[in-house]
Write a protein that binds this ligand. Sequence first.
Ligand code: DC
Length: 237
Amino acid sequence: MHTREFFGLIITIDGPAGSGKSAAAVLLAGKLGFAHLDTGAMYRAVALAAMQYGALHDGAAMAQVAREMRLEFDAATQPARVLLNGHDVTEAIRTREVTQATRQAADNPEVRSELVRRQQRLAAKLGNVVSEGRDQGSVAFPDAEFKFFLDADVRVRAKRRQQQLAAAGMAADAADILRDMQQRDREDQSRPVGPLVKTADAIVVDGTDLTLEQVVDRMASLVQAGKPIGAAGECRR
Ligand code: DC
């Protein structure tokens, strides 16, 4: 059975940590009147739930946690609040501890297939969606109308992350942040299931020298022109 007929228009944004995907996805979704799906928040929620149930180092138990957890996005605010088993975990899933533990969830093939299933179900319910993550164009929505790969030089991503942390009152060493970022890039790219890849039909946006607004304007104008282009820059339709 072909899945396309059940979805509205789907735009995927994949890219490495710190590339600005989440901020771009929220703004693009707002501009187009689409729903926004933050799939990184889903992996983070599995890691947090697994920590709560002592299942972080037991792959089968973690997969069970992923299958049984109740996960909701409350879209009354943008970005949406994340509710895990009825509790608001929007901030709790962003701590350094959970960020580091999330690797266990992201590397677990059973967790990944469960979350991809949930992402597809959610998208079918939401209609037009901007879905962001690492494997949205490659695995979750291979038939998406528009696939963006948002990249930026790792040093620029690390610098931006340091500025975000400083703005939130959390001083952090620039060299540590750069090392963390390079480590996460290696993990994201080498994951045996659902790794971060640029699909051949993805539109690559290099945000190294662009502001967030310029990134979003570029994406929105391509979508509004209705002309997805491949990485080589040629028009596909
Ligand atoms: O985008 P983020 O930093 O919130 O993602 C958190 C983690 O989840 C990150 O380590 C990569 C992983 N992830 C993934 O493997 N697949 C996705 N679709 C989204 C995130």
